[in-house]
Design a protein around this ligand. Structure first.
Ligand code: GLY
Length: 356
C-alpha cells in the first residue's frame, strides 16, 4: 500500500492507495478515528455496487451507519440537495464527533465535503473516491463546493478530509466513458508537471493502461499533494491544475452539463489551448502533435467548434477572473507549465487565432 501524506500542519492527512482492500476500509477508519456514527453519502449507481459491503463492515465494528443516496450526476451538486442532506444529518442526530463518508465520484465528494464543512460549523469527513477522476484529482486537496444556476462550484470552501482511501480495483466497475473522463485529468498532470507520466501514457492505450493504473494514480496524487502543500489556497502554483479547465468549464456550461462530462470538456479545453499556443508560437509543433495524439489515443479528441463569444461570456463568470483579467495556464513544453494573467480581449483573440 502506498501512503501519501498531505502535510498541511493541523489539516494534514493521509491518502492510502492500493488495489483490492475495499472491505478493509471501515476497519482502517475505525482504527484511526473511532467514530461512533457515520453517514455515508453516495449516489444511486455507486450504492448498488458498494454500499451494502461497506455498511456490513461498519456494523461488524458496531459503528452506527446511515446513508443518504443522491441521484447520479452533476445536477445533484445543488443547494437544494445540500438542504436535504442537512435534514438527514439532523434526523440522525449527527454530532461534531461523528463523520460523513463520501463514497463516489467528484459530485459526491464535493457535495458531501461541503455538507461536512458547514454542518455544525464543520464535522470530519472521509473520502472514498470511486471514479478515476475523483481518485486522481477531486478527492485530494480539500476543494468542496456546490453549483449555482450561474455556474459550477460558485459556492464552496477549502475543507480537507481526515483521510482518503483509494482502491484502484473499484475502477473495474467504472463505465468506459467515466474512465476516459478521468484520463483527461491524468493527461493534464502529464502536461503541466510530469514528463515521465507522459512517457508512460504514450507507451500504452485505453486497454493496456489498466495494467499500470495504480502507478499512474500514485504519480498524479503525489503531484497534486506537492502542489497543494506548496499553495493550498490557490494563489499561484495550484492554478496550474486548472489547465484546460477555463475553456472546459465554459463548454460544460454551453450544453448545460448535459452533453459532455467534465473530462470530455477539459480534453476539449486543453485542445483549444494547444491550438492557440501553437499559433502564437508558445509551443513547438512536436509538442502540439504529441499531445493531440495523446488526447486521441485516450478518446478525448472531439471535433466540435463553439461560438467563442458565447464561451467568453461563461469564462467571465469563472472563479479565476480578477476584475477584467483572468489567469490562464500555458505550457512551455510537456511537463512544464506557467500562468499568465491576461485580459478577456487578449484571451478571446488568442483562442480565435488558434481556430483559424
Ligand atoms: N481540481 C483542481 C484543484 O483541486 O485545485
Amino acid at each position: 500500500m502506498q501512503i501519501i501524506n498531505l502535510d498541511l500542519n493541523e489539516n494534514s492527512y493521509d491518502i492510502f492507495i492500493d488495489s483490492g482492500y475495499f472491505n478493509s476500509i471501515p476497519t482502517m477508519i475505525n482504527d484511526s478515528f473511532s467514530y461512533h456514527k457515520v453517514t455515508i453519502i453516495t449516489d444511486d449507481h455507486v450504492s448498488e455496487l458498494y454500499l451494502e459491503q461497506i455498511k456490513n463492515e461498519f456494523s461488524k465494528l458496531n459503528v452506527i451507519c446511515s446513508e443518504y443516496i443522491i441521484p447520479n450526476g452533476e445536477s445533484s451538486k445543488s443547494i437544494e440537495m445540500l438542504t436535504h442532506i442537512y435534514s438527514h444529518l439532523i434526523e440522525h442526530n449527527m454530532t461534531r464527533t461523528d463523520a460523513i463518508i463520501a463514497l463516489g465520484g467528484g459530485v459526491v465528494g464535493d457535495l458531501a465535503g461541503f455538507a461536512a464543512a458547514t454542518y455544525l460549523r464543520g464535522i470530519d469527513f472521509i473520502q472514498i473516491p470511486t471514479t478515476l477522476l475523483s481518485q486522481v484529482d477531486s478527492s485530494v486537496g480539500g476543494k468542496v463546493a456546490v453549483n449555482l444556476p450561474q455556474g459550477k462550484n460558485l459556492v464552496g470552501n477549502f475543507y480537507h478530509p481526515s483521510a482518503v482511501y483509494i482502491d484502484t480495483e473499484v475502477l473495474n466497475t467504472l463505465e468506459e466513458r467515466e474512465f476516459i473522463s478521468g484520463m483527461a485529468e491524468v493527461i493534464k498532470y502529464a502536461c503541466i508537471k510530469d514528463r515521465s507520466l507522459f512517457d508512460i501514457l504514450t507507451s500504452h492505450d485505453l486497454d493496456s493502461i489498466h495494467s499500470v493504473i495504480k502507478e499512474i494514480i500514485i504519480k498524479c496524487v503525489q503531484t497534486k499533494a506537492n502542489i497543494v502543500m506548496e499553495d493550498e489556497k490557490e494563489s499561484y502554483e495550484r492554478m496550474l491544475l486548472n489547465y484546460g479547465h477555463t475553456v472546459g468549464h465554459a463548454i460544460e456550461k454551453y450544453y448545460d452539463y448535459k452533453k459532455y462530462n467534465h473530462g470530455e470538456a477539459v480534453g476539449q479545453g486543453m485542445l483549444y489551448m494547444l491550438k492557440a499556443s501553437l499559433k502564437a508560437d508558445l509551443i513547438d509543433r512536436e509538442t502540439y502533435d504529441s499531445l493531440v495524439e495523446l488526447l486521441d489515443v485516450y478518446g478525448l479528441l472531439f471535433d466540435e467548434v463553439y461560438p467563442l463569444e458565447v464561451l467568453m461570456t461563461y469564462m467571465k463568470n469563472d472563479k479565476k477572473s480578477v476584475k477584467d483579467k483572468i489567469n490562464i495556464v500555458l505550457l512551455k513544453t510537456i511537463g512544464e507549465s506557467y500562468i499568465e494573467k491576461v485580459t478577456y480581449d487578449y484571451l478571446e483573440k488568442f483562442l480565435m487565432e488558434g481556430l483559424c
